[in-house]
Design a protein around this ligand. Structure first.
Ligand code: 5GP
Ligand code: SF4
Ligand code: MG
Length: 471
């Protein structure tokens, strides 16, 4: 998912819309914006819908969202149902007023918190784990709102990068491991007036707003923006840093700074490292667009083999083809990618992609490239084999659908019908995300790599067993 927040701007909803638009790749299922004018009587207005940001937030819709404070969310479901019910921001009434939340990540130790809260009188509106956080806040006995939020956040485990709003304040917080990204930016106020403070999952969201990246929200940190300016509190300290390495592999855009480092830099280095680890003689480097492009550029630069777009992506393919049935998915691959015959004919091709999940797409692409006249097709993957699902906010299928969970490298290679197959090593991956200048303070050990190792930084329980089905 992608989150966005804007404090102090006359067109807060429009800026949030732009921020969500730039983060559409982080979730295409639903989107929502909540705004506040600061007035007591209609504290927070929110609007949520299924579909793409631009489909939901047309001009007339944005006009119904006046205010100078806003938060927003783009969702793809990892827990809870994908219905409108679970679209965010989620607003909950509390003794401290209405609180709205937008959450990226997954909570992992809900235990009986939901049942406990319901006993305390909480009425849950959604089946999403994100609502737990606001309900905890709403039922907290702390003195100040900051106390309540800090106390609630200290109780939940797992991945959360969140933005929240009340009538007149914005809060941004990140779980103590720092699983998911969250950045803070600033738009300098016109004519010496007060600045606009913004938060986003990815810094690419700042560019459209002419906001300047200032810093990351730190793991375990709660940032509050109010009339009194920006203040910082740590609700938990001394927890091992475990930031999602997959953001650098696939999820984030190359033009974003994630954990203070350009994704472009990491991804190109993954390609270079992949070439150093497993190069074979070839005539052409072909990326699987779009996710394989940046690593392929690095691979080509390191190996000296020419790079070209041997697969053309149709950018107008809609969400219909990301639907989860196998038949639609199969057809979808051919709708989305077509071989560029004039480049492939008679060539020994190295295909570069970021990951193999089920293996079905990769197999189709290998076949497609061969059918277009390639004499050899070698597949290179810019991360290690994905052997374990993610419980921290990335929608990987369960273990039985992960091809690398049950098949050896050789068996996968056979299945996808490639002449050879190689993955980037784990050491190579974390090295790629930390090497070079400028240093960011992240070390190879600061990354979560659980989907490649099966070793999870937190105790993992299946949240779907706790959250009841919707009525
Ligand atoms: P497969 O061969 O496993 O069927 O598909 C591999 C492709 O899925 C790669 O091109 C990769 O970019 C893409 N992919 C990797 N991770 C994800 C993910 O979390 N969600 C989606 N929709 N695609 C992914
Ligand atoms: Fe990222 Fe994988 Fe860890 Fe999930 S399990 S947070 S995808 S590195
Ligand atoms: Mg891809």
């Amino acid at each position: 998912c992608g989150v966005m927040a804007v404090y102090n701007h006359p067109e807060a909803a429009r800026l949030t819309y732009w921020g969500l638009y730039s983060q559409q790749h982080r979730g295409q299922e639903s989107a929502g914006i909540a705004v506040s004018t600061g007035a007591e009587e209609n504290a927070i207005t929110d609007l949520k819908g299924m579909g793409l940001v631009s489909e939901i937030f047309t001009d007339p819709v944005l006009a119904r969202l006046p205010g100078h404070i806003a938060i927003g969310h783009t969702r793809y479901s990892t827990t809870g149902d994908s219905a409108l019910l679970n679209a965010q921001p989620i607003s909950v009434e509390s003794t401290k007023g209405l609180i709205a939340i937008a959450h990226n990540g997954n909570l992992t130790n809900l235990g009986n918190s939901r049942q406990r809260l319901e006993k305390d009188g909480a009425v849950f509106q959604t089946t999403s784990d994100s609502e737990i956080i606001v309900q905890l806040i709403a039922h907290s006995k702390g003195h100040t709102l900051v106390d309540c939020i800090a106390e609630s956040l200290a109780q939940v485990d797992g991945a959360f990068s969140i933005v929240m709003m009340t009538r007149n304040r914005i809060f941004a917080a990140r779980d103590p491991h720092g699983f998911r990204p969250l950045a803070m930016g600033r738009i300098i106020g016109p004519n010496g007036g007060p600045d606009t403070i913004v938060f986003a999952s990815e810094t690419c969201a700042f560019d459209l707003l002419h906001a300047k990246y200032e810093r990351d929200v730190e793991p375990g940190e709660l940032v509050m923006v109010s009339e009194d300016g920006v203040t910082s509190h740590f609700f938990k300290k001394g927890v091992e840093r475990q930031s999602c390495v997959f953001e650098h592999v696939y999820f984030a855009r190359p033009d974003s700074k994630i954990y203070g480092r350009w994704v472009q830099q990491s991804r190109e280095e993954m390609g270079r490292q992949l070439a150093r680890e497993s190069h074979v003689p070839a005539d052409l480097i072909v990326p699987v667009p779009d996710s394989g492009v940046t690593a392929a550029l690095g691979y080509a630069a390191e190996s000296g083999v020419p790079f070209n777009f041997g697969l053309i992506r149709n950018h107008y393919v809609g969400r219909t083809f990301i639907e989860p049935t196998q038949r639609v998915r199969d057809f979808g691959v051919r709708m989305k990618l077509n071989p560029n015959r004039s480049l492939l004919e008679g060539k020994r091709v190295i295909l570069i992609d970021d990951s193999i999940i089920r293996g079905t797409t990769s197999r189709k692409i290998v076949r497609m490239v061969r059918a277009a006249g390639a004499t050899e097709v070698h597949l290179r993957i810019s991360c290690p084999p994905t052997i374990s699902p993610c419980f921290y906010g990335v929608d990987t299928p369960s273990t039985e659908h992960l091809i690398a969970a049950s098949k050896s490298l050789e068996e996968i290679c056979q299945y996808i019908e490639a002449d050879s197959l190689a993955y980037l090593s784990l050491v190579g991956l974390t090295h790629s995300c930390t090497t070079g200048e400028p240093a960011t303070g992240m070390s190879p050990a600061s990354f979560c790599t659980a989907c490649y190792t099966g070793v999870y930084p937190t105790q993992v329980i299946d949240v779907s067993e706790i959250l009841p089905a919707p009525a």
